[in-house]
Design a protein around this ligand. Structure first.
Ligand SMILES: NC(=O)c1ccc[n+]([C@@H]2O[C@H](COP(=O)([O-])OP(=O)(O)OC[C@H]3O[C@@H](n4cnc5c(N)ncnc54)[C@H](OP(=O)(O)O)[C@@H]3O)[C@@H](O)[C@H]2O)c1
Length: 295
């Protein structure tokens, strides 16, 4: 492998939210981002406008040829097709940014002698403007051979992130932890806020009421850790309160009963770690499991 270093020229294919955010962060950290190409020339042009020395190319091949290291930051489904559609050089580096896919999707590049890698930022990116500032402190899931791990690990640290090194079989569980924290937690926010529609308010009222709690939860987890940050009736041992929840769900919102029950059961061990007695745990488990009978 050509040894990759901070002076290796970087090309991007895919000028979207993640590619744009990473490229700006890399450039700010002194890594030369010299080329970009994307499906739409206008996307590549606006990507390049943000970065000194970056040239937008109309063909993917031109961007690949310009880079010693190429990041494929297209949608997940396009990665194998992009890898197949261009010619790679022996020893050239190529990494995708997907958390769910492993480096296997770069097989076509590997067959031509390129060295595959994966560089996944464990963060939710909704725009380049917000994305660049959201990189410091995040984790990067990295795959590849030893040289690729060294290069991508150094790159992650240079842009303020923390690398973790993964094998292909780890990727689905690694990625779903992020999806539970990003996508599904946001769904839980929406679902929790919609409960307010049953008590005479709107979903937005619910969101506004719950935001300070969400912020306190993040702060408590950061400062006190798990399990100390877990608050509420379960670690307190308030069985009667949990029973009220189950009754209310059964009569007023039965569709949410399975979600509530399974979340409470899945997290009960954290209440035990905090000091909930064995008897308390058994009683909660029985109460929650009994609610299956009334569904
Ligand atoms: N968004 C997140 O929160 C997040 C977080 C971590 C990792 N990721 C990963 O990062 C990657 C990119 O995600 P994203 O959110 O940045 O997506 P995005 O904003 O939709 O950007 C994807 C970019 O790739 C371009 N593209 C799509 N198909 C292409 C093709 N066949 N050839 C060339 N360019 C193509 C798009 O086209 P145009 O040129 O038409 O604009 C777009 O600019 C994905 O692998 C995703 O799993 C995303």
């Amino acid at each position: 492998m050509t040894s990759l270093s901070k002076t290796s020229r970087i090309g991007f294919i895919g000028a979207g939210k993640v590619g744009g955010s990473l490229a700006v962060a890399m450039s700010q950290a002194g890594y030369p981002v010299v080329a970009v190409s994307s499906r739409t020339p206008a996307s590549a042009a606006s990507f390049a406008e943000r970065i000194d020395g970056c040239v937008p190319y109309t063909t993917l091949q031109a961007a690949v040829d310009a880079g010693d290291m190429v990041f494929i930051s297209t949608s997940d489904d396009a990665i194998p097709q992009v890898a197949q559609s261009v010619k790679w050089r022996e020893g050239q580096g190529v990494a995708h940014c997907s958390g769910a896919a492993s480096i296997d999707v770069l097989e076509a590049a590997g067959e031509q002698g390129a060295i595959p890698g994966a560089f996944h930022p464990l963060q939710a990116f909704s725009s380049v403007e917000n994305g660049v500032g959201s990189i410091p402190g995040i984790t990067f899931g990295i795959e590849g051979n030893d040289d690729m791990r060294t290069y991508l690990g150094n790159l992650a640290r240079a842009i303020g992130g923390n690398p973790v090194f993964l094998d292909a079989e780890d990727k689905p569980l690694y990625h779903l932890s992020g999806v539970m924290m990003g996508n599904l937690l946001t769904c839980l926010v929406g679902i929790s806020a919609e409960i307010w529609e049953h008590i005479g308010y709107t979903r937005d009222d619910g969101v506004n009421a719950l935001i300070p709690m969400m912020q306190a939860v993040a702060y408590n987890v950061e400062t006190s850790g798990i399990p100390a940050a877990v608050a509420g009736p379960y670690p307190r041992g308030d069985l009667g309160t949990a029973a009220k929840h189950l009754n209310a769900l059964t009569s007023q919102h039965p569709d949410l009963l399975p979600l509530y029950r399974e979340l409470a059961l899945a997290g009960l061990h954290l209440a035990v770690e905090q000091g909930l007695s064995k008897d308390g745990e058994t009683a909660f488990r029985q109460l929650l499991n009994d609610s299956r009978k009334i569904e």
